[in-house]
Design a protein around this ligand. Sequence first.
Ligand SMILES: [Zn+2]
Ligand SMILES: [Zn+2]
Length: 502
Amino acid sequence: MKKWIAIAAVAALASLAVPVVMLMMIMTAVGGSQQQVSSTHASLCTASWQGDSITERDLTGSQLDAAATIYAAAIETGAGPEGAIVGIATALQESDLGANPYSRTPNSDGDVGLFQQRSLVGWYANGATQEENITTLNDHAYAARTFFLGNDSLDGSHIPGLTDIDGWREMAVTEAAQSVQRSAFPYAYADHEALARALVQRLGEGEAGQILCAGAVGGSLDCPASGLSSEAGLNADALRGLRCIKQFWPQIDVIGGVRNDPDSDHHTGDALDPMIPNYTSATGIALGTEIAEWARANAEGLGIKYVIWRKQIWSVERASEGWRTCGTDAASCYSGSDPSAAHLDHLHLSFLGAMGTGIPATGAASSSGEVSLPIARGSYRLTARYNQKGSNWSSGYHTGLDFAAPEGTPLRSITAGTVTDTSWHSAYGNLTTITADDGTVFYYAHQARRYVTLGQKVTAGELIGTVGNTGNSFGAHLHLEVRIGGRHTNPETWLTTRGVAP
Ligand SMILES: [Zn+2]
Ligand SMILES: [Zn+2]
């Protein structure tokens, strides 16, 4: 599909003074559905440095915090610790981890921030003006996420990030950094590799920085039968877990249940193995992380005993220690290269039996808290699901969730945020985008009327327009998209895991 074929070409152009119009010609057209769209990044991770600096070099507190922020973004985006080394080495070169005073104002090319990302409209941030983009790119968490994931511009083009680069994990650090940055001084990144490795090692040990990932919380744990044959023989907690995983993440096709293995909780019907599709991709890793964090956040409601995912274990008994790394003094679980034994291709969840309260977790979600449906319940019909295949969409895939409703039906913001676009697009028709405080962007397409203005603050449930049939639309409907870190995510999952199943 076009986006990925074109990445090499765009990467080659990314730091050169190429007119944006050329990028548009290369990239997928406006509003196009894209194949790599099933990223589900509801968990947003944050970190700050704790404790002393490292011995290799005397870094300031804000430099150490920047390193921790890059590390958290690497974990969140699935780039992992290897990605964090590339990211930190890059930021050391580009901005001295944010300490270079000139890095906060754009250079002659418009490059700004931790990674010197281009602030011109249409590049690394989706503001209406360069001024807005400068503010966005000076936000370290945004800049770091974008370094790893790239950016989907409003025109549908994609500026690649590290995880878009084929084979980046096999590259030398300097080569991987250069493939994202296209710097005029490609070898300079190597100078920072040792320091970056030392920082990542300290962060990985969990002493220098604590990563906090907000799991998807809310959402009823009273889930319907899944239709999976692996429901057979499960005890109450595992059965509830299986049904809710299938309900919230329908893209999971296989969830292992009971099997004859006397050494595991599968034997007694107290464990599940949700298999992650495309588990080596950033999308697959993010999906597994989301489920793992959901299980952790809802441990009481689900009756969780422990969770293993990607060589990390979290148990209720030792919850205060957070995720523990397998193959260390802290955890004896397998940490070798077998993808199944190391829990790379699936999560393992062990349950207590029949101890779950069934009450969903509430509390700090990554969003603003209150979430509403975009159209009053009973006034719409869901007509096209996320990632659904079909010839209606330019690449054969659907990037949003369609709510069919009569033209003129009131349309409401699903969460609090700021209006970041309200204009006409040939494919989206009358479009409003609203950006939440955590950077998640919501697209409301094909509107008949738009009632908001650029920069306006809205609350969840606030009227923003009416349902229409404008742009590339066949019948009045709302096309809702949710983008986290510049990537599409499943709006249905996003809403359901926040307590308002559409
Ligand atoms: Zn298992
Ligand atoms: Zn749609």
